[in-house]
Design a protein around this ligand. Structure first.
Ligand SMILES: [Zn+2]
Length: 275
């Protein structure tokens, strides 16, 4: 088993606003993963992506990317779907050049017709998979579990798509699952459900999360917070991972980024895992 931990984006303690320096800082503080966050647009050049990959490889830092937030593969406006796909493909192309394992994406919203949204999202993912195949890209599409009732992306919905398509895996955001369930998470159930996909490795986000209740025990995320400030319980997750000997990467989406990655590391070490 192998556990990888690191921040979503450049560490706060990095002096430069630059992903290459960010990766160096990640390695320096004893972490081994970093997510390159294209949250507000894909602006990184192809050459920089390649260089970033070389630096990360040398330092044994695993990279992943996060596709920009403005994505809706279930939009009723075809132009919006087209623009969404373009952003996803741009992220994947850079991901491939930097040897990123996966590109996390928030795929869309249910809108007024849930069945139609299901169909559109499946179709969109299929077309992206075909592009991955066609281009020989090694970066997988990681569909993220979402934290709001209106956002498409429960674990079951995502697994249903991943069963049908190559190059697509669930990207587990544990905090989102917890918030969406109104402050509840069953780690065992999640790992049991994932078994059907026979993943070599699980990719995930973790942080504390504030949420509101929207009736019938259902929740909506409000914001990510440090692990110590709110659930879900990280130690319980760490125990389950060690018990099942899972290969997993956990990216910290906490506002204190790498500080919480280091907290996760110390929790794993106290439970006996050696990095
Ligand atoms: Zn995300």
């Amino acid at each position: 088993m192998k556990i990888r931990l690191g921040p979503s984006g450049i560490p706060i303690s990095c002096k430069y606003n630059n992903s290459i320096e960010g990766v160096k800082r990640v390695a320096q503080i004893g972490l081994n993963a970093m997510e390159v966050s294209y949250t507000h647009g894909v602006r990184m050049s192809l050459a920089t992506s390649k260089e970033l990959g070389e630096v990360a490889k040398k330092l044994d830092v695993e990279l992943s990317v996060h596709v920009p937030y403005y994505i809706n593969l279930a939009s009723i406006d075809e132009e919006k779907i087209k623009a969404s796909k373009k952003r996803i493909l741009k992220s994947l192309e850079r991901g491939h050049l930097m040897n990123a394992t996966v590109a996390a994406v928030h795929v869309g919203y249910y809108g007024k017709d849930k069945d139609l949204a299901n169909k559109k999202i499946y179709q969109g993912c299929k077309e992206i998979c075909d592009e991955i195949e066609h281009n020989g890209w090694k970066t997988l599409l990681g569909i993220e579990t979402m934290g709001k009732q209106k956002a498409w992306g429960t674990l079951d919905e995502i697994i249903a798509i991943c069963k049908k398509l190559k190059n697509v895996i669930p990207y587990i955001d544990f905090a989102h699952v917890y918030a969406r369930n109104g402050g509840y998470i069953d780690y065992k159930e999640i790992f049991d459900k994932l078994e059907i996909l026979k993943l070599k490795k699980i990719h995930s986000h973790f942080s504390g999360i504030k949420y509101s209740l929207s009736g019938a025990g259902k929740g909506n995320e409000i914001r990510h917070v440090p692990i110590k400030e709110a659930g879900p319980d990280f130690k319980e997750l760490a125990k389950k991972i060690l018990k099942r000997k899972l290969n997993i990467t956990i990216i910290s989406e906490s506002p204190i980024l790498e500080m919480d990655s280091l907290l996760m590391k110390s929790i794993f070490e106290r439970l006996g895992y050696k990095f």
